[in-house]
Design a protein around this ligand. Structure first.
Ligand SMILES: [Zn+2]
Length: 348
């Protein structure tokens, strides 16, 4: 990587991130509501609860956190969480975690489906970049010393090789930033070591399996749809997404094991920068495709957001500013999280 370029990956300080130094939790896990006692199959004299509308999108905020399937069968329905993020409740016994990265923060929605228990659990959080300097502002730690990380409830089996496909979308945007972002995580790229990689590598690998004509299982509204068994990352026009959405990642899991993950970068209405590799300047107001994909790939592997302004230099901080290329290089906490999830790959 060339430090002569206008926004060299080696520079982790500077003004790029000033607009996104901090964040506050605007959402928080939904409070558990009262679950109707003795729920049974709906019958003429026992109608579903009021929040269980028979059609349309359901709102997590208006629902209990734990729902008995016998009381309201959400499978196949779309549920909306914080900041407009939504997911289709899987009907194949899997659970799903949805993440959206926005120009003004991020959000997460998890739909846990436990068919054996007959229960569906909804959890959602949202983060917004505050205007001005927030009261709880804390100076960002050095990314090479900040060891904070969060784990999602699922991960791929240790030692697995994850095959992923690239979806090019229709706007002619380049693949380079997407593929760089994927490998930044699997190859533990960082500016914290002279070799620009952490060692040892986490015990999980990626295999690029070629271009696909199947779009990521993310709908035009940036909603996690039904999975199709193929891991896809790439560009997608999402005309129905909220205007602030940059990217969405949907990860499906069964028990503690991830089985599929798709990432869609919004190709419509957003300006993107392929990164400094070719020596180009970041056009004002553009987003670094590699930085955003690196963050999303962290979610794919089971890392969650690290909240708080002091962690804003880490890849898994829930903010990315225009022309911000910091997330493309892992910080200590991002790497420590991967090692905690997968252990170390043997060098042999
Ligand atoms: Zn995120």
């Amino acid at each position: 990587m060339d430090d002569v370029t206008p926004a060299g990956r080696g520079r982790r300080t500077g003004a790029w991130r000033a607009a996104a130094l901090s964040c506050t939790v605007a959402g928080g896990a939904i409070t558990a509501g009262a679950v109707a006692a003795g729920a049974a199959e709906p019958s003429p004299d026992r109608r579903p609860p009021g929040w269980c509308a028979p059609e349309g999108t359901l709102t997590a905020r208006a629902m209990p956190q734990k729902i008995r399937i016998s009381e309201c069968d959400l499978r196949g329905r779309v549920v909306r969480g914080e900041n407009g993020l939504a997911a289709t409740v899987p009907a194949d016994g899997t659970s799903v975690t949805a993440h959206a990265l926005r120009t003004d923060g991020a959000s997460e929605l998890r739909v846990g489906v436990d068919e054996a228990k007959g229960e569906i659990t909804l959890t959602t959080t949202g983060t917004r970049v505050p205007q001005g300097r927030p009261r709880e502002f804390r100076a960002p730690l050095d990314a090479c010393k900040d060891d904070a990380y969060q784990q999602e409830p699922s991960k791929w089996p240790k030692g697995s090789t994850i095959e992923w496909h690239y979806y090019p979308g229709t706007a002619g945007l380049p693949m380079s930033g997407v593929s760089a972002g994927v490998s930044n995580v699997f190859e533990a790229r960082t500016d914290c070591t002279p070799s620009h990689a952490f060692a040892p590598l986490p015990d999980v690998s990626a295999k690029y399996a070629g271009q696909t004509t199947k779009a990521p299982n993310v709908t035009a509204g940036a909603v996690c749809g039904d999975r199709d068994g193929t891991n896809v990352s790439g560009w997608e026009a999402m005309p129905g997404a909220e205007p602030d959405v940059l990217a969405a990642t949907c990860t499906w899991f069964r028990g503690p094991t991830t089985i599929e993950s798709d990432t869609a970068l919004q190709e419509q209405g957003k300006k993107w920068w392929a990164g400094p590799q070719d020596g180009s300047f970041c056009p004002a107001g553009s987003y670094d495709a590699a930085a955003v994909t690196t963050h999303e790939t962290g979610h794919m592997l089971g890392l969650g957001h690290v909240e708080g302004s002091q962690h804003s230099k880490l890849t898994m901080a829930p903010t990315v500013a225009a022309c911000d290329d910091d997330p493309a290089a892992l910080g200590k906490g991002d790497y420590d999280g991967l090692i905690a999830l997968y252990g170390a790959r043997s060098s042999a």
